[in-house]
Structures are given as structure tokens and as C-alpha cells.
Design a protein around this ligand. Structure first.
Ligand code: F6P
Length: 360
């Protein structure tokens, strides 16, 4: 019987458990493989006692549950692993130890469910000989070579529901509501939330904004009789000629740069145009909770296809969605960069056609 390991790495997102469930079920039903759950990302391949058998029985009921039953971390990169002893920290490349552990656990394959950072690590491990298959996850939808990642639609729905609520209070008080959403360096969540939730202004990293254009839009709306406005700001948005707002810088050994604060900066500038402004930062609400039906289905498709790739020994590949079909792509292609919002076509143009301003 083949043994397949599965881990979740990086930030969590709705749909991770649905992938784990599909991996375990299809491994059992279709191939009679054994599945080993590896806890807390790559930590489970480094530290002792962090693996467990996953069986169709042990994963019952997890389809609608947010988060990941395996736990996750974005601080366990085996190529830059951080050890702390007596208050001193040291960064070491322990990728060879990880490969040895994979061998001694008797794993024939490793399914890595993660975002761009985790998939890059998976690709590096593959280059060292590890039989890896990738599954793309993230609410940010920034992974190349897949039309969409699971988690994204749920996050957009959560943020859209928030906008619906903010509209009514904005209207009552004649205020401008600024809503900061996640998305890291790409504006997919802001763009789709802004359109789905009826925003007047959407600010995304791909289109550095001119605050005067934003102020003008709100002033024009007020002159036209609209006494409230909704402004959606992606956490990675930046003013023309300016920089992203950073809460914490990246650390060696894990811990990526953390963005945040641009919502308050934009809110403060807008208040100079004589409107009362309130700022809401949605934060991790967008990552939590039960996956929507679309994400449950996509996660299930991805989980099943990942096991199919293992069976066909198509290591070094990642499952992806193209059109309506599930395909696969090499992890080296995925590692080339990020999937950004096209600024001169598609949804940006749709939004501009209905009068939404991007501050340009
Ligand atoms: O990548 C997903 C994401 O939620 C980003 O949108 C956000 O910038 C980041 O993770 C937050 O990370 P953390 O959970 O480490 O604060």
C-alpha cells in the first residue's frame, strides 16, 4: 500500500479541510493508499510526533469547517529554518534532514497545499528529489497558472456582506466608509468585493492612486445628491509615487512582510474634503469561517486531482483550474511570479464603465 503525506502551509483559508477530505477519500476509495497528515506545515517534517493517520473515518464532518485540521504556519521554511536556543536565534538550511525524514516515514509522495511561498518551498524540495504535488490555496487569488484559488470566493463573499452592512449605516449618517481588505500585493479581493458590494471607489496595488481623483469622485457624488460613499482599499494599495503601508517588515526564517494601515491613511485624506469618514479594517474575518459552495467544490476537485497526479507519478506539478477544467502545471511555472489584476481589460474596465473610480 502506498503512503501519501499531506500538509497545509502558510496562512489558512476556507476550503483547506475540504481538500484534505478529498485527498483522504479519493486515496482510499480510488487507490487504496494510506494518507498521513503532517501537522503545522513543514514543521511536521522537522519536529517529532507531528504526524497522524488520516482515514475516511477520522476526517468525517470537516467539509464545511474553516481553517485546517492539520494546523499551519508561515514560519517553517526548511531552507531558512529558525532555531532559538538560550534566547539566541540561528537560521539553518535543514532541507536535507526534511528529505531524510520523508524517506524514513516511508512516504511515497507529499501533497503540499499552500500559497505562493509554500509552493516555492515545495518546488525547491522537488528539485532535491522529493516526490511533491502542489495544491494552490489563498484568499488573495495571486497564484499564477490557475484561474482561481479556493478560499478567494468565500473571502469576497464575506467582504461583500460587510459592504452591504456598511452601506446602510453610511447612508443614515451621510458618511464616507473606507473599507480595507486583504490581498497582499494584488487587488483581486478589493476589485471583486467593490463590484459585488457596490463601491464608489476601489483602490488596488496595480493602479497607484491619486488621492485628488478620489476626493473629486466623492465631491462629485455629493454634488449629485449622494451623501454617502463607499471606498474599498486593498491593503497593498499605494499612492502614485508612494509606497505600500507596512505594519511589520519581513523576518529571516519566516514571517513575511505584513501590510496594513492604508485604509486609515486614505480615510484621513478623504476627511479633508469635508466629509465625515469612518474606516473599517476587515482583517482576518476574510480568512475565517465556512467555505462557500464554490470553494468546497473546487477544493474537492483539487484534492481528487492531486491524488491522481500522485498515482501518475506527475511530481513537481500543481493542480489548477483552467476554464471549467482541472489541469496541472509545473511548479517551476508557478514560481515565476504573482497573478496580478489586468488594469486595461476585464473587471477593471467593467467597474469603470459603471462609474467606479480607481483614483486614476
Ligand atoms: O495571504 C493571505 C493573507 O490573509 C493576506 O491577505 C494577508 O496580507 C496576510 O495573509 C496576513 O497574514 P497573517 O495571518 O500572517 O497576519
Amino acid at each position: 500500500m502506498k503512503k501519501v503525506g499531506v500538509l497545509t502551509g502558510g496562512g489558512d483559508c476556507p476550503g483547506l479541510n475540504a481538500v484534505i477530505r478529498a485527498v483522504v477519500k479519493s486515496a482510499s476509495v480510488k487507490y487504496n493508499y494510506q494518507v498521513i497528515g503532517i501537522e503545522d506545515g513543514f514543521d511536521g517534517l522537522v519536529l517529532p510526533n507531528k504526524t497522524r493517520d488520516l482515514t475516511p473515518w477520522s476526517i468525517r464532518g470537516i467539509l464545511p469547517v474553516g481553517g485546517t485540521i492539520l494546523g499551519t504556519t508561515n514560519r517553517s521554511n526548511p531552507f531558512e529554518y529558525k532555531f532559538t536556543k538560550d534566547g539566541k536565534s540561528e537560521i539553518r538550511n535543514i532541507s536535507r534532514e526534511v528529505l531524510n525524514n520523508i524517506q524514513s516515514m516511508g512516504l511515497d509522495a507529499l501533497i503540499v497545499i499552500g500559497g505562493d511561498g509554500t509552493l516555492k518551498i515545495a518546488h525547491e524540495l522537488f528539485k532535491l528529489g522529493c516526490p511533491v504535488v502542489g495544491v494552490p490555496k489563498t484568499i488573495d487569488n495571486d497564484i499564477l497558472a490557475t484561474d482561481v484559488t479556493f478560499g478567494f470566493h468565500t473571502a469576497v463573499q464575506t467582504a461583500t456582506d460587510a459592504l452591504d452592512r456598511l452601506h446602510t449605516t453610511a447612508e443614515s449618517h451621510h458618511r464616507v466608509m473606507v473599507v480595507e481588505v486583504m490581498g497582499r500585493y494584488v487587488g483581486w479581493i478589493a476589485l471583486e468585493t467593490g463590484i459585488g458590494g457596490g463601491a464608489d471607489v476601489i483602490l488596488i496595488p496595480e493602479i497607484p492612486f491619486d488621492i485628488e481623483k478620489v476626493g473629486q469622485k466623492i465631491t462629485d457624488r455629493r454634488k449629485g445628491g449622494s451623501r454617502s460613499s463607499i471606498v474599498v482599499v486593498s491593503e497593498g494599495a499605494k499612492p502614485r509615487g508612494g509606497d505600500v503601508s507596512v505594519l511589520y517588515t519581513a523576518e529571516a526564517g519566516g514571517g513575511a512582510e505584513r501590510l496594513g494601515g492604508i485604509g486609515n491613511k486614505v480615510g484621513a485624506k478623504i476627511s479633508c474634503y469635508g466629509m465625515e469618514v469612518r474606516v473599517t479594517v476587515l482583517g482576518h474575518l476574510q480568512r475565517g469561517g465556512s467555505p462557500c459552495a464554490f470553494d468546497r467544490i473546487l477544493s474537492t476537485q483539487f484534492g481528487v486531482s492531486a491524488v491522481d497526479l500522485v498515482a501518475r507519478k506527475r511530481f513537481g506539478e500543481m493542480v489548477c483550474l483552467r476554464g471549467k477544467g482541472i489541469e496541472s502545471v509545473s511548479l517551476s511555472e508557478v514560481a515565476q511570479g504573482q497573478k496580478t489584476v489586468p488594469t486595461e481589460e476585464g473587471l477593471v474596465k467593467v467597474a469603470e464603465s459603471i462609474g467606479i473610480s480607481f483614483g486614476r
